[in-house]
Design a protein around this ligand. Sequence first.
Ligand code: UDP
Length: 333
Amino acid sequence: MKFLITGGAGFIGSHLAEYLLGRGDEVVVLDDLSTGSWENVSHLEDHPGFQIVVGSILHEFLVDRWVERCHAVFHLAAAVGVELIVKNPWESLITNIKGSELVLNVAHRYRKKVLVTSSSEIYGKNSNAPLREGDDRILGSPLKSRWAYSTSKAVDEILSYLYWKEKRLPTVIVRLFNTVGPRQTGAYGMVIPRFVCQALRGEAITIYGDGNQTRCFLHVRDAVGALAGLMDHREAVGDVFNIGSQEEVTIDELARQVLQLTGSPSPVVRIPYDQAYGEEFEDMPRRVPDITKARDLIGFHPSYDLRGILTDVIRHYEEGRLPEAGSRRRLGP
Ligand code: UDP
């Protein structure tokens, strides 16, 4: 099979490309290298089944050309990271909604299956645990960036679903919960690369809020295996699946484990949310996925525990990839 991966030079997309090439598929990556980067995929450059096209999913001629030449599309291109979406809300919204509509429209033109990646942000402030796919979305004002972002992902989901329901385009929706691992950048707010880099540099570990909020972290290799499994499975079409880990940890405990595994002397500082994100900010107290649907259909089961994930991320940075202190990538496209 030949797959198009939009956003394929991003953190998750690059791991997905590696996974698909590893099992003998061909991959075309379409990426504007805004939050993705050439370094993420440079090791795949010489693979005969790999191709990268640098360009935006908002350019119809590019999307048209490459959707036509591939068998199916993994649509991952999107604005990522709470910090990025809070700082660049307009661009985030346009990329997500217009980009998805264009990709789906072109896929419909050529009758190509599309897997659309959504997010646990969909559930908003609903802190039921575990969250099932049919659970309510609980959101604040759409004028707050976080809820606007959540809404943009919901629009993507609705579009995908309607293309299936009304036009019979095969689509699959996957809601990813806190996917982490090597190559994820801390530049857009993600907590694990942030804490690990801070610990390795001996800088203060920045805990936002009181540290009692919890998350469940999934290794990106588990995530991409699930994306491929759901793309392959005929019965996933027209449906939505949570993909995540169920190992719940407080951000305080996460900081403790990072310090222990790195042996770092870093102090811990607590930063109020308004200082961290620069606006009246609401965080989710917890976010635990119910993964029964994916488990029953494709046997999804995370293979890495938190310790294994942290060890892998720490190794990644220790192998000479630690960004310089204070270095931040440009925000937005
Ligand atoms: N967080 C933190 N320090 C940081 C970055 C994030 O304490 O330097 C917190 C953040 O406020 C949230 C949790 O870690 O409660 C997970 O944040 P992330 O941005 O990784 O994911 P999301 O908020 O999308 O779940």
